[in-house]
Design a protein around this ligand. Sequence first.
Ligand code: PGA
Length: 246
Amino acid sequence: MKKTIHIAGNWKMHFLPGEATSFIEKVTPFVKMGGVNVYIAPPYTSIQASSRAAKGSLIHIGAQNMSEHESGAYTGEISSAMIKEAGAQFVILGHSERRTYFCEDNQVIHRKLKRALEEELQPILCVGETDEERSSNQTQAILEKQLREGLRDLGAKELSLLMIAYEPIWAIGTGKTATPEMAEEAHGLIRTYIQSFASREIAKKIPILYGGSVKTENIRDLLSEPNIDGALIGGASLDVRSFAQI
Ligand code: PGA
């Protein structure tokens, strides 16, 4: 059976609403292939314009983050209901930039995940190790801890709505991609670990995306690995040509 591929763009802090609209209008004609699900996460303020531009296309629009709280006195925060109303269908949670620059730990990410599921938003949970952790052979322990704490108490139904992105921190925005073999090994560990607390069926079904310096030159080899179901793309998702080619 041919696997379904998931290609997600993380625009980070780029693109005003007009720029987002024009990007989506240009990329839409390329997104018509069956078997490929395409996701774009614009900044909050461009979600609504992006979702309007993507209407009727096969592109899913989502957010890069959201608050763990439903509503209340949380100055500067954006809730799950707000992103959903703006047109988000999914949300990226636990991106390493959120973990590093905004002090998000596995507990916060877990609460956001629960909130997203309650709001019927599809979460993309990001996990990944630092350079140091990899060199000291801690990759497996780190991934398992992020998954154990992030996915704590999720039922089978909730787990089956989830996507996971393996993003080794040393590969994000650095031009240093994990080799397909390295990524495959980590994806295999993730799948086996999920199987240990969920079922084989769920572990098989959860899409595991690779992220970290994905570009047109390396996507094919990465996707040829059995446990790599797609990619989460930063830099290369900002260019219509490269995103369309991917
Ligand atoms: P990159 O970013 O493709 O620019 O390395 C990936 C990500 O941060 O999700």
